[in-house]
Design a protein around this ligand. Structure first.
Ligand SMILES: [Zn+2]
Length: 271
Protein backbone atom coordinates (compact mmCIF):
# COMPACT_ATOMS: atom_id res chain seq x y z
CA UNK A 1 0.00 0.00 0.00
CA UNK A 2 2.89 2.33 0.73
CA UNK A 3 4.32 1.41 -2.63
CA UNK A 4 1.18 2.68 -4.30
CA UNK A 5 1.12 5.92 -2.29
CA UNK A 6 4.81 6.47 -2.89
CA UNK A 7 4.37 5.69 -6.56
CA UNK A 8 1.75 8.40 -6.82
CA UNK A 9 3.90 10.93 -4.98
CA UNK A 10 6.82 10.07 -7.21
CA UNK A 11 4.66 10.29 -10.31
CA UNK A 12 3.40 13.67 -9.08
CA UNK A 13 6.97 14.78 -8.43
CA UNK A 14 8.05 13.77 -11.90
CA UNK A 15 5.06 15.35 -13.57
CA UNK A 16 4.87 18.62 -11.69
CA UNK A 17 8.46 19.41 -10.92
CA UNK A 18 10.32 17.63 -13.73
CA UNK A 19 12.77 16.38 -11.17
CA UNK A 20 15.55 13.94 -11.79
CA UNK A 21 15.09 10.23 -11.37
CA UNK A 22 12.68 9.36 -14.13
CA UNK A 23 11.05 5.96 -14.38
CA UNK A 24 13.39 3.33 -15.68
CA UNK A 25 16.31 4.28 -13.46
CA UNK A 26 17.12 2.94 -10.03
CA UNK A 27 17.17 6.41 -8.52
CA UNK A 28 13.79 7.60 -7.25
CA UNK A 29 13.18 11.36 -7.05
CA UNK A 30 14.32 12.79 -3.75
CA UNK A 31 11.97 13.30 -0.83
CA UNK A 32 12.88 16.99 -1.02
CA UNK A 33 11.35 17.06 -4.50
CA UNK A 34 8.26 15.17 -3.35
CA UNK A 35 7.85 17.58 -0.43
CA UNK A 36 8.20 20.57 -2.73
CA UNK A 37 5.47 19.14 -4.95
CA UNK A 38 3.18 18.54 -2.01
CA UNK A 39 3.75 22.04 -0.60
CA UNK A 40 2.88 23.51 -3.97
CA UNK A 41 -0.59 21.99 -3.65
CA UNK A 42 -3.61 22.87 -1.53
CA UNK A 43 -3.91 21.50 2.01
CA UNK A 44 -7.42 20.82 3.33
CA UNK A 45 -7.98 19.99 6.99
CA UNK A 46 -10.60 17.23 7.16
CA UNK A 47 -10.86 17.53 10.95
CA UNK A 48 -13.34 19.15 13.32
CA UNK A 49 -11.87 20.78 16.44
CA UNK A 50 -13.08 18.85 19.46
CA UNK A 51 -14.50 20.38 22.63
CA UNK A 52 -17.15 19.60 25.24
CA UNK A 53 -20.64 19.51 23.73
CA UNK A 54 -19.75 18.39 20.21
CA UNK A 55 -21.99 15.78 18.49
CA UNK A 56 -21.32 12.25 19.64
CA UNK A 57 -22.67 8.73 19.70
CA UNK A 58 -25.79 8.36 21.88
CA UNK A 59 -24.07 6.14 24.46
CA UNK A 60 -21.04 8.36 25.08
CA UNK A 61 -20.51 10.78 27.98
CA UNK A 62 -19.52 14.37 27.18
CA UNK A 63 -15.91 15.59 27.24
CA UNK A 64 -14.61 17.59 30.19
CA UNK A 65 -11.56 19.86 30.30
CA UNK A 66 -9.81 21.01 33.46
CA UNK A 67 -7.06 23.61 33.57
CA UNK A 68 -4.39 22.32 35.98
CA UNK A 69 -1.83 25.09 35.50
CA UNK A 70 -2.15 28.57 34.01
CA UNK A 71 0.41 30.85 32.38
CA UNK A 72 -0.65 33.68 34.65
CA UNK A 73 -0.15 31.76 37.88
CA UNK A 74 2.37 29.05 36.99
CA UNK A 75 4.16 30.31 33.90
CA UNK A 76 2.76 27.55 31.69
CA UNK A 77 -0.59 25.99 30.89
CA UNK A 78 -1.54 22.33 31.14
CA UNK A 79 -5.04 21.00 30.52
CA UNK A 80 -6.52 17.70 31.55
CA UNK A 81 -8.88 16.26 28.93
CA UNK A 82 -11.40 13.54 29.69
CA UNK A 83 -13.13 12.05 26.65
CA UNK A 84 -13.98 8.68 25.17
CA UNK A 85 -11.71 7.11 22.57
CA UNK A 86 -14.25 7.67 19.75
CA UNK A 87 -14.38 11.47 20.24
CA UNK A 88 -14.81 14.07 17.50
CA UNK A 89 -13.14 13.29 14.19
CA UNK A 90 -11.65 9.93 15.17
CA UNK A 91 -10.05 6.70 14.13
CA UNK A 92 -11.79 3.40 14.79
CA UNK A 93 -9.21 0.65 15.11
CA UNK A 94 -10.22 -2.94 14.26
CA UNK A 95 -10.07 -3.72 18.01
CA UNK A 96 -13.00 -1.30 18.52
CA UNK A 97 -15.26 -4.18 17.44
CA UNK A 98 -13.06 -7.27 17.39
CA UNK A 99 -10.85 -8.61 20.16
CA UNK A 100 -7.46 -9.72 18.90
CA UNK A 101 -7.39 -7.47 15.85
CA UNK A 102 -5.24 -4.36 15.51
CA UNK A 103 -5.34 -1.68 18.17
CA UNK A 104 -4.58 1.98 17.36
CA UNK A 105 -0.90 1.59 18.22
CA UNK A 106 -0.65 -1.38 15.84
CA UNK A 107 -1.83 0.52 12.75
CA UNK A 108 1.08 0.62 10.30
CA UNK A 109 2.27 4.21 9.63
CA UNK A 110 2.56 3.21 5.97
CA UNK A 111 -1.22 2.81 5.98
CA UNK A 112 -1.70 6.43 7.09
CA UNK A 113 -0.60 8.09 3.82
CA UNK A 114 -2.84 7.16 0.90
CA UNK A 115 -4.28 8.14 -2.47
CA UNK A 116 -7.60 9.91 -1.82
CA UNK A 117 -10.84 8.90 -3.54
CA UNK A 118 -13.99 10.95 -2.90
CA UNK A 119 -17.37 9.39 -3.67
CA UNK A 120 -19.56 12.49 -3.90
CA UNK A 121 -23.23 11.75 -3.21
CA UNK A 122 -24.13 15.01 -1.47
CA UNK A 123 -26.84 15.88 -4.01
CA UNK A 124 -28.51 12.48 -3.56
CA UNK A 125 -28.32 12.87 0.22
CA UNK A 126 -29.90 16.34 -0.02
CA UNK A 127 -32.94 14.65 -1.59
CA UNK A 128 -32.86 11.54 0.59
CA UNK A 129 -31.16 11.69 4.02
CA UNK A 130 -31.42 7.88 4.30
CA UNK A 131 -29.27 7.43 1.17
CA UNK A 132 -26.93 4.41 1.21
CA UNK A 133 -24.02 4.24 -1.24
CA UNK A 134 -24.79 2.27 -4.39
CA UNK A 135 -22.45 0.23 -6.60
CA UNK A 136 -23.22 2.71 -9.38
CA UNK A 137 -21.63 5.48 -7.27
CA UNK A 138 -18.37 3.53 -7.51
CA UNK A 139 -18.68 2.51 -11.16
CA UNK A 140 -19.61 6.07 -12.15
CA UNK A 141 -16.48 7.35 -10.36
CA UNK A 142 -14.37 4.73 -12.15
CA UNK A 143 -15.87 5.69 -15.52
CA UNK A 144 -14.58 9.24 -14.94
CA UNK A 145 -11.24 8.54 -13.24
CA UNK A 146 -10.24 4.91 -13.80
CA UNK A 147 -10.08 2.05 -11.36
CA UNK A 148 -9.92 2.95 -7.68
CA UNK A 149 -6.24 2.49 -6.76
CA UNK A 150 -5.11 -0.22 -4.38
CA UNK A 151 -4.28 1.23 -0.98
CA UNK A 152 -6.68 4.17 -1.38
CA UNK A 153 -8.59 6.00 1.32
CA UNK A 154 -12.19 6.28 0.12
CA UNK A 155 -14.23 9.13 1.61
CA UNK A 156 -18.01 9.33 1.31
CA UNK A 157 -18.99 12.96 0.72
CA UNK A 158 -22.49 13.75 1.92
CA UNK A 159 -22.04 17.34 3.21
CA UNK A 160 -23.51 16.03 6.46
CA UNK A 161 -20.63 17.75 8.29
CA UNK A 162 -22.30 21.09 7.55
CA UNK A 163 -24.74 20.15 10.32
CA UNK A 164 -21.84 20.16 12.83
CA UNK A 165 -21.85 21.05 15.72
CA UNK A 166 -25.61 20.60 16.05
CA UNK A 167 -26.18 17.17 17.62
CA UNK A 168 -29.91 17.18 16.80
CA UNK A 169 -29.27 18.00 13.15
CA UNK A 170 -26.50 15.39 12.92
CA UNK A 171 -28.74 12.64 14.29
CA UNK A 172 -31.88 13.86 12.43
CA UNK A 173 -34.30 11.86 14.56
CA UNK A 174 -37.98 11.73 13.59
CA UNK A 175 -40.99 11.75 15.94
CA UNK A 176 -40.92 7.95 16.17
CA UNK A 177 -37.27 8.04 17.28
CA UNK A 178 -35.70 6.80 14.04
CA UNK A 179 -32.42 8.41 12.93
CA UNK A 180 -32.23 9.61 9.32
CA UNK A 181 -28.66 10.00 8.09
CA UNK A 182 -26.80 8.44 5.17
CA UNK A 183 -24.40 5.51 5.25
CA UNK A 184 -22.43 2.92 3.35
CA UNK A 185 -23.78 -0.40 2.02
CA UNK A 186 -22.36 -3.93 2.13
CA UNK A 187 -22.04 -4.40 -1.67
CA UNK A 188 -20.00 -1.18 -1.93
CA UNK A 189 -17.77 -2.04 1.02
CA UNK A 190 -17.14 -5.56 -0.31
CA UNK A 191 -16.17 -4.18 -3.71
CA UNK A 192 -13.85 -1.55 -2.22
CA UNK A 193 -12.11 -3.68 0.40
CA UNK A 194 -12.12 -7.16 -1.17
CA UNK A 195 -11.78 -6.38 -4.89
CA UNK A 196 -10.13 -2.95 -5.08
CA UNK A 197 -7.96 -3.53 -2.01
CA UNK A 198 -8.43 -0.13 -0.40
CA UNK A 199 -6.69 0.62 2.90
CA UNK A 200 -9.32 2.63 4.77
CA UNK A 201 -12.53 4.62 4.43
CA UNK A 202 -14.24 7.50 6.12
CA UNK A 203 -17.40 9.59 6.30
CA UNK A 204 -18.91 12.73 7.80
CA UNK A 205 -21.59 11.06 9.93
CA UNK A 206 -21.25 9.51 13.40
CA UNK A 207 -21.57 6.02 11.91
CA UNK A 208 -20.68 3.79 8.97
CA UNK A 209 -24.18 2.33 8.96
CA UNK A 210 -27.10 4.54 7.96
CA UNK A 211 -29.27 5.99 10.72
CA UNK A 212 -32.12 3.60 9.92
CA UNK A 213 -29.79 0.74 10.97
CA UNK A 214 -28.11 2.37 13.97
CA UNK A 215 -31.54 3.21 15.39
CA UNK A 216 -31.83 -0.58 15.86
CA UNK A 217 -28.21 -0.82 17.10
CA UNK A 218 -27.22 -2.48 13.83
CA UNK A 219 -23.56 -1.65 13.23
CA UNK A 220 -22.89 -4.52 10.84
CA UNK A 221 -21.16 -2.38 8.18
CA UNK A 222 -18.70 -0.92 10.69
CA UNK A 223 -18.13 -4.41 12.12
CA UNK A 224 -17.43 -5.69 8.59
CA UNK A 225 -14.69 -3.08 7.87
CA UNK A 226 -13.01 -3.47 11.25
CA UNK A 227 -13.34 -7.26 10.99
CA UNK A 228 -11.11 -7.15 7.92
CA UNK A 229 -8.44 -5.60 10.19
CA UNK A 230 -8.79 -2.24 8.44
CA UNK A 231 -9.45 1.06 10.20
CA UNK A 232 -11.89 3.87 9.46
CA UNK A 233 -12.25 7.58 10.18
CA UNK A 234 -15.57 9.06 11.31
CA UNK A 235 -16.91 12.62 11.53
CA UNK A 236 -14.73 13.99 8.73
CA UNK A 237 -15.07 17.66 7.71
CA UNK A 238 -14.54 19.79 4.60
CA UNK A 239 -15.00 17.00 2.04
CA UNK A 240 -16.79 19.63 -0.10
CA UNK A 241 -13.39 21.24 -0.70
CA UNK A 242 -11.90 18.12 -2.32
CA UNK A 243 -11.70 16.96 -5.93
CA UNK A 244 -13.11 13.48 -6.56
CA UNK A 245 -9.68 12.21 -7.58
CA UNK A 246 -6.03 13.19 -7.67
CA UNK A 247 -5.48 13.95 -3.99
CA UNK A 248 -3.45 12.36 -1.24
CA UNK A 249 -4.62 12.02 2.36
CA UNK A 250 -2.52 11.88 5.48
CA UNK A 251 -4.38 10.47 8.47
CA UNK A 252 -2.74 10.87 11.86
CA UNK A 253 -3.60 10.12 15.47
CA UNK A 254 -1.83 9.63 18.80
CA UNK A 255 -0.64 6.18 19.84
CA UNK A 256 -2.57 4.99 22.89
CA UNK A 257 -1.29 1.58 23.90
CA UNK A 258 -3.95 -1.08 23.24
CA UNK A 259 -6.32 1.70 22.09
CA UNK A 260 -9.68 1.09 20.41
CA UNK A 261 -9.78 4.56 18.85
CA UNK A 262 -8.74 8.17 19.39
CA UNK A 263 -9.35 11.67 18.04
CA UNK A 264 -7.63 11.94 14.66
CA UNK A 265 -6.24 14.65 12.40
CA UNK A 266 -6.81 14.01 8.70
CA UNK A 267 -5.26 16.29 6.08
CA UNK A 268 -5.77 16.14 2.34
CA UNK A 269 -3.25 17.45 -0.19
CA UNK A 270 -5.08 18.14 -3.41
CA UNK A 271 -4.65 19.70 -6.87
ZN1 LIG B 1 -16.27 5.49 15.36
Amino acid sequence: MWTMARGILIAAAIGAASVAGAAGTDQPPSLDAALAVMRAHRFVDLTHSFAPGIPHWKGAPDESVKTLYTVKKDGFRINEYTHISQWGTHVDAPAHFHEGLHTVDQIDPKDMLMPLVVLDVHEKVAKNPDYALQLSDVTDWEARHGKIPRGAFVAMRTDWSKRWPNQEAMMNRDAAGTFHYPGWSMPVLKLLYEERGITASGHETTDTDPGSATTKDDYSLESYILGLNHYQIELLANLDQLPEAGGVVWVTFPKPENGAGFPARAIAIVP
